[in-house]
Ligand binder design. Structure first.
Ligand code: NI
Length: 167
């Protein structure tokens, strides 16, 4: 495994649409393993392949909604599609490609995603709260959409300081 560089918002590649994954081969597995290491080392909750410079429809999301005493785990989503949403949440969102900035973005409260695993096997997964937000945010990356374009507004430095102190 190896760490990959995370592109930042100035880089045009982040605004391009990613292509469907058709080969579930060792090269894809290497990409996913590297993305996992990169995500964990950056302390993020999600990462999309275009963020590491690969325009392929693959994302990782950490499921943080786990019962007390159980470990968070990484969900790998290849060719993900949102098939159902419900409810709404309005809250602060950030991105590893936009370090130090947060914006208020409305997202569904619950999201069901259909995707394939690293071997091409289809599955469905549902997420709520932060996980739902993350599914939407990462799938947006595959369309070349960065959250700043969807934010109602960005947080001020003062608001960010207050949010950090709350934690
Ligand atoms: Ni992001």
């Amino acid at each position: 495994m190896a760490l990959r560089n995370i592109l930042t918002k100035e880089q045009p590649l982040l605004y391009k649409k990613s292509r469907t994954v058709t080969d579930f081969n060792p090269r894809l597995h290497q990409l996913l393993d590297d993305m996992r290491e990169t995500l964990l080392s950056a302390n993020g909750v999600g990462l999309a392949a275009p963020q590491v410079g690969v325009l392929r429809r693959a994302v990782l999301v950490i499921e943080t909604n786990v019962p007390e005493g159980e470990e968070e785990y990484v969900i790998e989503l290849i060719n993900p599609e949102i098939v159902e949403t419900s409810g709404e949440q309005d809250g602060a969102e950030g991105c590893l490609s936009v370090p130090g900035e947060y914006g208020l973005v409305k997202r569904p409260m619950t999201v069901k995603v259909r995707a394939q695993d690293r071997y091409g096997k289809p599955f469905e997964v549902e997420g709520t709260g932060l996980t739902a937000r993350c599914f939407c945010h990462e799938i947006d990356h595959l369309e070349g959409i960065v959250f700043t374009s969807k934010a109602d507004r960005m947080l001020t430095e003062e608001e960010m300081r207050a949010a950090v102190e709350e934690e």
